[in-house]
Design a protein around this ligand. Structure first.
Ligand SMILES: O=P(O)(O)OC[C@H]1O[C@H](O[C@H]2O[C@H](CO)[C@@H](O)[C@H](O)[C@H]2O)[C@H](O)[C@@H](O)[C@@H]1O
Length: 269
């Protein structure tokens, strides 16, 4: 098969553009760490997202595999819209919550099964996210295929759940929602409605977000080099994504002049 054509760097918003920005968290805004609890949102990043939120009149959302509680802790209970657990939890720009509900006994069954899988695979870490669980192998990447097989083999005992592979992780989550559906749901309401979706993400789960952005004549931006991807633009790593977002903010605040300058100077950082 021929190698895929290299993707271009994303543009900046022009004066007449009305973007709605959808941002994945791990691997996009944040660099990966060995353990999910080791990440931290520094004040510069927090301010950047806050300023983008203001410059876009509120049309900004985080779209993550983390839970809303986790995102609230990381970002300090922000006012912007957020999709957690790949869209299973959704908090709109008006602060209203919509989410899937899974009862305590089901959650505990999923947790028990995931713990058993992790116990049989040295180096695999179980992250309990409530109605979903993540089985991480970042410190033991050689376990990934065995982990995938093990999770596949327990799926029949978990009706209504599906397997979601990601970057050094296999998740077990309730079926029926993904990041693309979350973006579509947010786009149907104020302040997103009528704007152009711009989705930035790195992982397999973000492919759903890219598909929705592409369908709605938006921009799909892959962070990293994972292939294949539906994304039409790329940025090499989270640092480049953050640098591009600073330039987006500048363009939103200062309009066409900075856009022309940024296009002419090229690069992402
Ligand atoms: O959709 P995202 O915001 O990208 O969240 C996806 C998963 O991110 C976290 O795991 C990933 O980041 C960890 C910290 O860097 C890393 O240790 C792990 O290997 C990555 O898979 C989070 O822990 C998961 O719950 C999210 O689903």
């Amino acid at each position: 098969m021929p190698a895929p054509l290299p993707l271009p760097a994303p543009p900046l918003p022009g004066v007449d553009d009305r973007w709605a920005l959808f941002l994945d968290v791990d691997g996009t805004l944040l660099d990966f760490t060995d353990h999910p609890d080791q990440v931290c949102v520094d004040s510069r990043l927090r301010e950047l997202v806050e300023d983008l939120y203001g410059a876009l009149d509120g049309a900004l959302a985080l779209v993550s595999g983390r839970s809303l509680d986790d995102l609230d802790d990381l970002f300090g209970h922000p006012p912007w819209a957020m999709a957690g657990l790949h869209g299973l939890e959704l908090r709109g720009a008006d602060g209203r919550y919509r989410g899937v509900h899974i009862g305590a006994s089901r959650r505990s069954l999923v947790r028990d099964i995931a713990n058993t899988v992790a116990a049989g695979l040295p180096g695999v870490l179980m992250e309990d996210k409530g109605m979903a669980v993540a089985l991480h192998c970042r410190t033991s990447p050689q376990q990934f295929e065995r982990l995938r097989e093990q999770v596949q083999s327990v799926l029949p005992s978990l009706a209504g759940y599906e397997m979601q592979p990601g970057n050094m992780v296999i998740e077990l989550k309730p079926e029926g929602m993904d990041k693309g559906s979350a973006v579509a749901a947010l786009m149907s309401a104020w302040p997103f409605r009528g704007r152009q979706p711009v989705y930035v993400g790195d992982d397999l789960t973000d492919e759903h977000g890219f598909a929705t952005a592409n369908l709605e004549s938006g921009l799909s931006i892959r962070v990293g080099s994972r292939e294949p991807s539906l994304a039409r633009y790329t940025l090499p790593e989270p640092a480049a994504a953050r640098a591009w977002l600073f330039r987006v903010l500048h363009a939103l605040k200062h309009g066409a002049l900075s856009h022309a300058h940024s296009s002419a100077s090229g690069g992402n950082a």
